[in-house]
Design a protein around this ligand. Structure first.
Ligand code: AMP
Ligand code: ZN
Length: 494
């Protein structure tokens, strides 16, 4: 990171509830772990928001020159329907309903998840480990925790002993929960009779006869508890203590609190230096969730085929909509906000086209301060990844570009080059936006339309109006409007 001359990055650390300067353990390397999806159903747009928030952090760290090892797991076992230690395994349940092997369910929804990530231009992580591929390490971690006296076996299951741990360590420090409050709020759940305290959570669960997913262990056939995989996989690939752990706000407790307890109990070290949590996508103020029935899939969003949607929106419109709010704020879904984002994005992309065409000219009055714009963009991102402020700064640049286009201002050759580099970096690399060929079609449609319109022009030249009208009408039937104007023939998809 030789040319790391940028001012420092600040991140809000959930652990301290403060904006802190980010100081990596071993620069230029940065370790980033994010809890990935449980692959038992299609992801909804809320899930997308969380992965997009951390994609932006990943992109920014990369922009700053860090060599980021980004680990995002796939949960393919152990996540129970009740989210705590009860109910069927989510994947096993889906396998039963769809009459598939559990691993077919895993593959199907992993593939779907990857498609969605690509659709929204969310970059793949450096490593994408799965829970079922790390059972040996998970069993070893349970053994270490037992050996330290912070877990016990009961009837083929192993539970983490929260009261024993809390005597020595700060259980609840991440989520701000207090032991006495937790006790007051516990419900009677499955396996409760095996637990010494209702606060204890499963590290390993005995598989009963009908359980589809199980592995041999020192405690008999069973499967790992949900929190264990993240403790194991994050530290395996990033070290016992690593830089940043991310995930949605809803995972703070119990998932992340338990991750800390497991690592500290097993190895005596706090695993994470900066805990970063993304906030929820809501609909009318309620968290978007499968169980609420207010979650739509990316496909429904694009087609508009859902009761919450007035019409379809493109993936980049949605990306831009999400980036216009800070990752730590809730974001409420609305058609109006998406339509505003669509207009904003069109303006930004049009300005980029203009910027590419602009010719340098001697500025008439005071030159536009490109360096100040660059500073504003970097400062916004370094201030806890403040994408809305960065976008607002970019729009200051958009106004300058449009003025130059109208001849009311001008850029020197140097400024023009610098502005292009800045826009390229911020719009495409950091915000991860990309051009969408909606109305104008992609390169292939352009090529094909040039052939078709060329044939039509030939027909007209030969006064074969029947043929030229036929081509126009056939195209109209496909939803393509052809317009003959002074500057030639243009086309547009409706
Ligand atoms: P899951 O597959 O349910 O484990 O969730 C995967 C990720 O999506 C987790 O990091 C959750 O915090 C996140 N998530 C779930 N619902 C929402 C939502 N409505 N808004 C933002 N993130 C969400
Ligand atoms: Zn996790």
């Amino acid at each position: 990171m030789a040319e790391h001359t940028h001012p420092p990055l600040f991140l809000t650390n959930t652990l301290t509830r403060k904006k802190e300067e980010f100081i990596p353990l071993a620069p230029p390397h940065v370790g980033l772990y994010v809890c990935g999806p449980t692959v038992y159903s299609d992801v909804h747009l809320g899930n997308v928001r969380t992965f997009l928030s951390f994609d932006t952090l990943f992109r920014w760290l990369t922009y700053l020159g860090y060599k980021v090892r980004y680990v995002r797991n796939i949960t393919d076992v152990g996540h129970l329907v009740g989210d705590v230690d009860e109910g069927e395994d989510k994947i096993a349940k889906r396998a039963r309903l769809e009459q598939l092997e559990p691993m077919e369910v895993v593959q199907k929804y992993t593939n779907g998840f990857h498609d969605v990530m690509r659709t929204f231009n969310i970059l793949p992580p450096s490593i994408e480990p799965t829970a079922t591929a790390h059972l040996i390490e998970q069993i070893a971690m349970v053994e270490r925790i037992i050996a330290k006296g912070f877990a016990y076996e009961a009837n083929g299951s192993v539970y983490f002993d929260v009261p024993a741990y809390a005597q020595h360590h700060a259980y609840g420090e991440l989520s701000g929960r207090r032991i006495d409050e937790l006790v007051a709020n516990t419900r009677d759940t499955e396996g409760q009779d095996e637990k010494r305290s209702p606060l204890d959570f499963a590290l390993w669960k005995r598989a009963d006869k009908n359980h589809l997913m199980h592995w041999p262990s020192p405690w008999g056939e069973g499967f790992p508890g949900w929190h264990l995989e993240c403790s194991v996989m994050s530290t395996k690939y990033l070290g016992r203590t690593f830089d940043i752990h991310g995930g949605g706000m809803d995972l703070k407790f119990p998932h992340h609190e338990c991750e800390i307890a497991q690592s500290v109990a097993a190895d005596g070290e706090a695993p994470v230096r900066y805990w970063v949590h993304g906030n929820m996508l809501t609909v009318n103020g309620r968290k978007m969730a499968k169980s609420e029935g207010n979650g739509f899939t990316p496909e429904e969003l694009i087609t508009g085929d859902h009761k919450l949607l007035d019409r379809g929106y493109s993936p980049m419109t949605v990306r831009f909509f999400m980036l216009q709010s800070h990752y730590a704020s809730t974001l409420d879904f609305s058609n109006e906000a998406l339509q505003a984002a669509e207009r904003g994005l069109q303006k930004l992309m049009a300005a980029w086209d203009t910027l590419e065409r602009l010719k340098p000219a001697p500025p008439a009055g005071e030159a536009y301060d490109v360096a100040a714009l660059e500073k504003a963009c970097v400062a916004a991102m370094n201030d806890d990844i403040n994408t809305p402020v960065m976008i607002a700064a970019l729009f200051d640049g958009v106004r300058a570009i449009n003025s130059a286009n109208d001849g009311r201002a001008a850029f020197s050759a140097d400024d023009l080059a610098r502005l292009r580099t800045l826009f390229q970096a911020m719009v495409f690399d950091v915000l991860g936006l990309k051009r969408e060929a909606e109305k104008q079609g992609d390169d292939l449609s352009h090529g094909l339309m040039n052939v078709v319109l060329g044939l039509r022009a030939d027909a007209k030249a030969k006064k074969d109006f029947a043929a030229s009208d036929l081509i126009r009408d056939r195209l109209a039937a496909l939803g393509i409007t052809v317009k003959d104007g002074k500057e030639g023939t243009t086309w547009e998809r409706n």
